[in-house]
Design a protein around this ligand. Structure first.
Ligand code: RTP
Ligand code: MG
Length: 136
């Protein structure tokens, strides 16, 4: 069953020139791009996107970071696209959890700067796609 997921190449990924690398891995996996935009997120968008983390110790730093420079937002489509991209991304902590061969494992340095976001469920994906691409 085809499904959609929301991917972000976060500001650190854009600053490090990894947009092409991330897109290449998505395409090699057999997933398709359904939308793509370079933009700097405003605070309201970032707060909606990360609402589940409101109140946590890292929340303010996370919102500062995600609004701190241009990012690339994508809608990615394909068979089991949600877990497929989570596998490509690797675990949240690029050093202790993400394994080599994943985006975070190959390029990430620390948990705050883990290069990409991928929706964690089909429900999250639909919620997040509405935030980033309301007209899709
Ligand atoms: P994401 O939502 O960005 O795809 O990452 P995730 O599902 O792998 O991890 P999640 O638990 O949703 O955390 C969201 C983002 O918050 C930052 N974080 N920092 N300092 C910390 O302990 C900490 N924990 C999480 C990371 O940037 C993580 O991707
Ligand atoms: Mg998450």
């Amino acid at each position: 069953m085809s499904e959609r997921t929301l991917v972000l190449v976060k500001p650190d990924g854009v600053a490090r020139g990894l947009v092409g690398e991330v897109i290449a891995r998505i395409e090699r996996k057999g997933l398709k791009l359904a939308a793509l935009e370079l933009r700097t997120a405003d605070r309201a968008t970032a707060e909606q996107h990360y609402a589940e983390h409101d109140g946590k110790s890292f929340y303010n730093d996370l919102v500062d970071f995600i609004t701190g420079g241009p990012l690339v937002a994508l809608v990615v489509e394909g068979v089991r696209a949600v877990p497929a991209f989570r596998q490509l991304a690797g675990g949240t902590d690029p050093v202790e959890k993400a394994t080599p061969g994943t985006i975070r494992g190959d390029f990430g340095t620390e948990v705050q700067f883990n290069l990409v976001h991928g929706s964690d469920s089909v429900e999250s994906a639909e919620r997040e796609i509405k935030i980033w691409f309301p007209n899709l």
